[in-house]
Design a binder for this molecule. Structure first.
Ligand code: ZN
Length: 175
């Protein structure tokens, strides 16, 4: 099972690189990403969150309703966004237990290739659009807390540092 990288971590702040071609190795990795995401009750997961510096993310806006709608986006390009800006409370698998309201455009159009190297285009709004924008940020080394005021961001980062220290300590005790 893949391990999810918790913030703060330098890998989460790096810009990811495009894939020249999707091969079996990537498809296997994507399968593992879905397993890790569903296990963590997430709706989206980007490659840097499993320590991989590649332009891949997955999402499933239906994962909480048991109606699975898995989507894989590779080398995504944001084509356009709406003028309508909406607030929504976001979380992130790299920030367990932390949530914050973030303003983002409602609708977007995105182009990408799927796991079979097929070119695709999607225009969507609401929850799916929200997840896509959050995951796309990850590929550019941008985290949801980067959309907050410095004060709010610092509070969350401080708590995450403490959380990671506690995990480390409890793991050391186990050994
Ligand atoms: Zn995230």
């Amino acid at each position: 099972m893949l391990k999810i990288v918790y913030a703060p971590d330098p890998i989460l702040k790096k810009e990811c690189v495009s894939l020249p071609q999707v091969d079996d190795h990537h498809r296997d990795l994507i399968k593992q990403m879905f397993e890790a995401m569903y296990k963590a009750n997430g709706v989206g997961l980007a490659a840097p969150q499993i320590g991989l510096n590649k332009r891949i993310f997955i999402l499933d806006s239906g994962s909480k309703e048991e109606k699975k709608k898995p989507l894989t986006m590779i080398n995504p390009t944001l084509i356009s966004t709406d003028d309508k800006i909406v607030p929504y409370e976001e979380g992130c698998l790299s920030f367990p237990e932390h949530f914050a309201e973030i303003d983002r455009p409602d609708q977007l159009t995105i182009e990408y290739i799927d796991e079979n190297n097929k070119k695709k285009s999607l225009t969507t709004n609401g929850f799916t659009s929200r997840i896509i924008q959050h995951e796309l940020d990850h590929l550019n080394g941008v985290l949801f807390v980067d959309h907050l005021s410095r004060l709010k961001r610092d509070v969350i980062i401080r708590k995450m540092k403490k959380f990671k220290k506690e995990i480390k300590t409890s793991n050391e005790k186990k050994i």
